[in-house]
Design a protein around this ligand. Structure first.
Ligand code: 6PG
Length: 252
């Protein structure tokens, strides 16, 4: 087993500064990827925390710093609701970023949520990953340049929830998940640890006092992955950065 990745910890004064720093990291990752590989592939986080970052990235000044014609936007996870449902991560991205940047529609890869079951939607997403990354399944997972992740108060990340079978997945790239303990109580589709841990870089965005306890657990107590799935994010050949505000890092 490769050595655990030592996480980089970066603390900023408030959520606004976290968003500013996140934009800088996204732009840097994009330009490195475009320079080295001619393409930037990012998997985006859902939930509420990253919305500020997406709005900031969508400003004329910041969005001009990325070549969107060579950028692909993927999703780390999705709720099994229609794309126009306010709980949808695609809807979050649509209203915060996509409505303001000139990214070709073919460069946006939403998770299809109308294939019936979560498992069927997960299978469809894995097929799209294989096609776009020119990979065969089963096989080595797609390697994202950057994956944004959030942290739930129960220690989940993406839609990998405590105690669920998805945590044991070592081959599939995507998985259908039943609802976790936290809302919204809907089925999900999530990237799995093989994909998260193949990333060149993972960036956790965590803000708010309500996350202080779980941040302490993840970063100071070496919990089991079953108990705290976020602890399982350890890219074998990549970096992990925890970008937090002071409130979330209060007990770090
Ligand atoms: C989701 C997210 C999820 C989120 C955490 C934190 O679809 O819900 O991918 O993993 O990142 O639940 O959510 P908040 O940022 O809203 O606290």
């Amino acid at each position: 087993m490769p050595p655990a990745t030592t996480p980089e910890i970066e603390i900023r004064a408030d959520p606004g500064e976290v968003a500013d720093a996140a934009v800088e990291k996204i732009v840097a990752a994009a330009n490195d990827a475009l320079r080295e590989r001619g393409r930037f592939r990012i998997a985006l986080a859902g939930g509420s925390t990253p919305e500020r970052t997406y709005h900031q990235l969508a400003t004329p000044e910041q969005s001009a710093r990325i070549d969107w014609t060579r950028t692909e936007l993927w999703f780390g996870d999705e709720r099994l609701v229609p794309h126009d449902d306010e709980r949808s991560n695609f809807a979050l991205l649509q209203r915060s970023l996509l409505c303001n940047v000139a990214i070709p529609p073919e460069n946006i890869f939403p998770v299809a949520t109308d294939r019936g079951s979560a498992a069927a939607c997960a299978e469809e997403y894995a097929n799209r990953l294989a096609e776009q990354f020119h990979l065969t399944r089963p096989g080595p997972p797609p390697r994202f340049d950057l994956i944004l992740l959030g942290l739930g108060e129960d220690g989940h990340t993406a839609s990998l929830f405590p105690g669920q079978p998805s945590l044991q997945e070592t081959t599939a790239w995507t998985v259908g998940c039943p609802p976790g303990a936290l809302p919204p109580a809907v089925d999900r589709v999530s990237l799995t640890f093989p994909v998260l841990n193949a990333a060149r870089a993972v960036l956790f965005l965590v803000t708010g006092k309500q996350k202080a306890a779980i941040v302490h657990k993840v970063l100071r107590e070496s919990p089991s992955v079953t108990e705290i799935p976020a602890a399982g994010v350890q890219p074998s050949h990549g970096t992990v950065t925890w970008l937090m505000d002071r409130a979330a890092a209060e007990r770090y």
